[in-house]
Ligand binder design. Structure first.
Ligand SMILES: C[S@@+](CC[C@H](N)C(=O)[O-])C[C@H]1O[C@@H](n2cnc3c(N)ncnc32)[C@H](O)[C@@H]1O
Ligand SMILES: [Zn+2]
Length: 420
C-alpha cells in the first residue's frame, strides 16, 4: 500500500478524504505545525473513523520530511497545500518522496507567479515571471521548473502527470525519479522567454541542447551542451520594440496524455462520484486537446487589439491556422487562448490578411505604433478564414463545461466581424 503525507494538513479534511476514498493506502500522515490545527485533526480523524489509516503529527513539515529521508522511510505521495507559495517546502519534498513517487503541489501566490512581482518570483522559484497573456500557463511552467531544479540537486528529475490552472491557484502533480544521466537532460528542458513589449510576440530560448547519437543505452544516447541563441534581435522584427526576458520555465509537456485519458475514463465509469464531475470532465477534456509540444499561447483579443482591428471568431482564426498547414489548440488555462505551432510571422500574416477583409482606420495610427509597423508589411501568405469542421474542438462540440463561467460568451463572431 501507498504511504501518503499531507504535510500542511490544517483540519485534516484532505487526509480523511484520502483515507475514505482512495483504495489501497497503507498509511496517511496528516501534519501541521499549529497545535490548534493538530487538535482539530485528531477530533476529525476520530469523528470520521479513519484512525486505523490516518496518523496525526505536529511538526514543521520540513523537519518531518528531512527526518523521514534520513531514516530512509520515504512517502509515496506528498501533498503540499500551503498558504501562498510552497517554495520553502520543495527541497525537503523532492527528497522525502519515494522513487517514482508523486508530489501534489498547490500555489496560491498567483500575483507573484503571473508577473506582478517578477523579483519575488525569482527569489521563491528561481524564475522571473512575466505579465504576458500566457501568464497562467507560465505560472505552471515556473513551478515545474522550480521542482525539477530542486530535484536535480539530488540527481533526481520530475515527470509531470497533470498541471492545472484553476480560478486563483495552480496545482501540479509530478512524479520524481532518480538518475544521474537523465537529470543531465534538465537544462535542455528549460527555456527563457522573450516577450515583445509592443506586440506581445514571444520566443523561447532553451537553456541547454541535447543531441542524440542514436546508439547505446537510452539514458546514454544524448550529449549535452550549451544552447545557441538568442532567438530574437535587439528589437522585435514585427513592431521594432524591445523584449522583456522571463523564465527559465519548464518547456516540456505539462501533462502525461495517457494518464489524463485514464482519469477521464475513470470519471466516466463513475459519473455520480464527484459533485464537480462536469467541470472536471470539461477541464480534463480541454487538457487532452492541448498541443503538448507548444509552450504558451496567444490570445485572439490581444492579437486584434495590437493592430486595432475587430476580432475574428476563434473558429475563423483556428480555421485560418489549419488552412495554412499548422496545428492549433485551446488551453485549459485561458478561455480564448490560441496555442499553435505556427511561427509568429504566420500569425501576423493571418492578422494582416484579416485586416484586408476588415480594414483598420490607419490614418489615426502614428507611424511608430506596433499596429502601423505590423500593417506596413504585406502578408506573404494568402489566408483563408473559411470555417472548417476540424477547427471546432471536440470538447466544444460535445458541449462540455470547459471553463469556470460563461463558456459560450466569446465564441461567436464579434459585433462587426463577418465570415471571411
Ligand atoms: C492552506 S492550509 C492547508 C489546508 C488543507 N490542505 C486543506 O485542504 O484543508 C496551510 C496549513 O499549513 C500550516 N503550516 C504553515 N507552515 C507550516 C510548516 N512549516 N509546517 C507545517 N505546517 C505548516 C498552517 O498551520 C496551515 O494550517
Ligand atoms: Zn513586437
Amino acid at each position: 500500500g501507498l504511504k501518503v503525507l499531507e504535510a500542511l494538513a490544517a483540519s485534516g479534511l484532505r487526509s480523511i478524504r484520502f483515507a475514505r476514498e482512495v483504495p489501497g493506502l497503507q498509511a496517511v500522515v496528516a501534519n501541521d505545525s499549529s497545535a490548534r490545527a493538530t487538535e482539530l485533526m485528531r477530533e476529525n480523524v476520530a469523528l470520521n473513523q479513519v484512525g486505523h489509516l490516518v496518523t496525526t503529527s505536529m511538526a514543521d513539515a520540513r523537519t518531518l520530511m528531512y527526518q523521514r529521508k534520513a531514516q530512509r522511510d520515504l512517502f509515496d505521495v506528498i501533498d503540499l497545500d500551503p498558504y501562498g507559495s510552497p517554495s520553502p517546502f520543495l527541497d525537503a519534498a523532492v527528497q522525502a518522496v519515494s522513487e517514482g513517487g508523486l508530489l501534489c503541489v498547490t500555489c496560491t501566490d498567483m500575483a507573484v507567479l503571473a508577473g506582478n512581482s517578477p523579483e519575488t518570483c525569482y527569489s521563491k522559484y528561481g524564475a522571473v515571471s512575466l505579465k504576458g497573456k500566457f501568464c497562467h500557463e507560465m505560472a505552471l511552467r515556473i513551478i515545474l521548473h522550480s521542482l525539477d531544479s530542486r530535484a536535480n540537486c539530488y540527481q533526481r528529475f520530475i515527470v509531470p502527470l497533470l498541471s492545472v490552472s484553476a480560478d486563483f491557484y495552480v496545482r501540479v502533480f509530478v512524479r520524481v525519479f532518480t538518475g544521474q544521466a537523465k537529470a543531465k537532460a534538465s537544462a535542455s528542458k528549460q527555456a527563457l522567454v522573450y516577450l515583445c513589449m509592443g506586440c506581445g510576440t514571444h520566443h523561447l530560448q532553451r537553456l541547454g541542447k541535447a543531441t542524440s547519437h542514436g546508439s547505446g543505452f537510452p539514458s546514454c544516447r544524448f550529449k549535452f551542451g550549451a544552447a545557441m541563441g538568442p532567438p530574437v534581435g535587439p528589437t522585435c522584427e514585427f513592431c521594432h520594440q524591445r523584449h522583456q526576458l522571463g523564465g527559465p520555465l519548464w518547456a516540456e509537456p505539462l501533462h502525461d496524455g495517457p494518464f489524463v485519458e485514464q482519469l477521464l475514463t475513470a470519471l466516466e465509469r463513475n459519473p455520480a462520484r464527484f459533485s464537480t464531475q462536469d467541470r472536471m470532465k470539461g477541464m480534463l477534456s480541454v487538457i487532452t486537446e492541448e498541443l503538448p509540444d507548444v509552450p504558451l499561447y496567444y490570445t485572439l483579443d490581444s492579437l486584434s487589439s495590437t493592430i486595432h482591428c475587430n476580432t475574428p471568431s476563434l473558429l475563423q482564426f483556428r480555421s485560418a491556422l489549419l488552412h495554412a498547414g499548422h496545428r492549433v489548440s485551446l488551453s485549459h488555462a485561458c478561455k480564448n487562448a490560441v496555442k499553435t505551432d505556427a511561427p509568429p510571422h504566420v500569425i501576423w500574416d493571418l492578422m494582416r490578411c484579416w485586416t484586408k477583409l476588415h480594414p483598420v482606420k490607419r490614418e489615426r495610427l502614428a507611424d511608430t505604433t506596433p499596429a502601423s509597423r505590423i500593417l506596413a508589411v504585406e502578408p506573404k501568405l494568402q489566408a483563408s478564414f473559411t470555417l472548417r469542421d476540424d477547427a471546432n474542438p471536440s470538447s466544444r462540440k460535445r458541449g462540455l463545461k470547459r471553463f469556470p463561467e460563461n463558456p459560450e460568451a466569446f465564441w461567436g463572431p464579434k459585433a462587426k466581424a463577418k465570415a471571411g
